[in-house]
Unconditional design. Sequence first.
Length: 112
Amino acid sequence: MKKPARGEIIEAVAKSCGIMTDAAKKLNVSRQSLWEWIKKDEILKKEVSEAKESLKDFAESKLLENIKNNDTTSIIFALKTLAKDRGYVERQEIAFDKDMQINVGYSDGDEG
């Protein structure tokens, strides 16, 4: 399998937002070959990292749009991930009683 030029790889990775399966399809190469080429090339590693960061930025912007549009699920998600320090946590508690039975409980962070 012929290795595409670095520029072609960078373009495919950027257009696929760092999703390697999509980038490999765009290049008509196997996913494994693409990963091998990236592992050996520091510039390609950096470009993959940048593409994934761009995807995270895009996803965060969509989350913010949803929050601004009063989407309850997005608001709850943001609070549970970004506002843990303010008590918006959800945790699982496991307790053992004297007979060694396991009791699993869920807490939404509201201790009161």
